[in-house]
Design a protein around this ligand. Structure first.
Ligand code: AMP
Ligand code: MG
Length: 397
């Protein structure tokens, strides 16, 4: 199978999962628990927004044609009430931000630009009709769909649900991701490892990443590097919505994951991607379920989840739009790499998000370096050298 570039592999993941995933079941969730969930219904505005024309400034509601000039103040209207009368020619009503525009008025003038004496207010400029007024329904009309099915609800969406009176919404059930770490050298975290053994950190970092991506992690026991043991683990894991395997996908004698998957009739979409870490990376489908065979080095597992598996999990959870945020920042020092691979290397993004400094590390197993980083710098595979001050992509952690 040919090795794919990073964008090609990402495209394959997105298009395969979009093409053939079942619609997830739905459930009702309370508004207070809805953030981060994926909407399973279109939500419509229950009234115009705003429901009446409102002032966006503190000042006076006026008739624009009267200005410049002096007006008689006939009353006041605050947010949360309605002015009973009408603004006639030569008249003004003192108005607060958010208050409904009284009948007869067609503009608002800012209090800062007026001079008040008793019940008279003076304004030296002309006014545009409709200035500082938000017309009724200008943001959304009653009945209009304001949140579509498949949207992952962020805090702005929560505000909108609240504003339109939704105390509960239908959400897609969270997809379950089974996590199977493989390796004869891997021991469970609660056990004391021999010095030639390694604790199973990948299952736990993956569980944290799955939960953050809106899924439910199901961590299964570590699979030994034998065909039989790995087959049993995969058979159990494939019952979940998504199967994540760590380790056992390189070319070593005991890397049996691909062989076992092939034996189960799996379809493979790719098994190598031109990235570092994470070159041997398997993505496919077996028994109607998608799986990823993620390389076992901790940074490989973490990075390949973030750049590929997360998108698959999001789509399986009913999310429509999936994106990978990779903004640019300026390198604080020169950086070189051997071109050919898209590399994801630990780095620190400055407090203002503008500058990026690579973190020294000892390769893909260096968890302490990964924790010191707050981001990954992302290299362009075509480009070998970046002088200090150059823009480079960042994958925030
Ligand atoms: P593999 O991809 O199976 O060749 O694993 C590569 C390396 O990743 C192993 O030598 C381990 O050092 C490390 N590794 C594999 N699985 C895990 C795991 N579950 N937790 C932590 N490190 C792992
Ligand atoms: Mg292994």
């Amino acid at each position: 199978m040919p090795a794919l570039s990073f964008p090609e592999a990402r495209h394959v993941v997105l298009s395969q999962v979009r093409a053939q995933h079942p619609a997830p079941p739905t459930e009702e969730v309370e508004l207070c628990a809805a953030a981060g969930r994926v909407l399973a219904q279109d939500v419509a505005a229950d009234r115009d927004s705003p429901a009446v024309a409102r002032s966006v400034r503190d000042g006076y509601a006026v008739r624009a044609a009267d200005l410049p000039g002096e007006l008689r103040v006939i009353g006041e209207v605050r947010a949360g009430e309605r002015f009973a009368g009408e603004v006639g020619p030569g008249e003004a009503v003192e108005i607060m931000t958010g208050a409904p525009i009284p009948g007869g008025a067609d503009a608002v003038i800012m209090v800062e630009h007026t001079r008040r004496e008793g019940d008279r207010v003076h304004y030296g400029n002309s006014a545009e009709p409709s200035q500082f007024i938000n017309p009724q329904g200008c943001e959304a009309a009653a009945g209009e769909v304001v949140l579509p099915t498949g949207k992952r609800l962020d805090y702005t969406d929560i505000a909108m649900l609240a504003a339109f009176g939704r105390t509960r919404v239908a959400a897609f059930r969270k997809p379950v991701a089974a996590i199977v770490a493989t390796g004869d050298e891997i021991v469970e975290v609660g056990r004391r490892p021999e010095d030639f053994q390694i604790r199973n950190s990948n299952a736990h970092s993956l569980a944290a990443q799955v939960a953050r991506a809106g899924g439910v992690p199901r961590v299964l026991p570590v699979a030994r590097d034998t065909v039989d043991h790995t087959r049993a683990a995969i058979a159990q894991g494939i019952e979940a919505d998504l199967l994540l395997l760590s380790g056992g996908v390189s070319a070593g004698k005991y890397d049996v994951v691909e062989e076992v998957l092939a034996g189960l009739g799996a379809e493979f979409f790719f098994d190598r991607v031109l990235i570092q870490p994470g070159q041997p990376l398997v993505f496919g489908r077996a028994a109607g379920k998608f799986f990823f065979g993620l390389p076992g080095n901790p940074s490989s597992t973490m990075v390949t989840f973030e750049i590929f598996a997360r998108a698959a999990l999001e789509l399986l959870g009913g999310q429509q739009e999936v994106t990978l945020h990779m903004p640019f920042a300026r390198l604080t020092r020169e950086f070189r790499h051997r071109p050919g691979l898209t590399r994801f290397l630990p780095a620190r993004l400055s407090a203002d998000g503008a500058e990026l400094t690579p973190v020294d590390w000892h390769g893909s197993a260096d968890i302490p370096a990964l924790t010191r980083a707050n981001a990954f710098l992302v290299t362009d595979p075509e480009r070998a050298e970046y002088p200090a001050g150059e823009w480079i992509r960042v994958l925030p952690k």
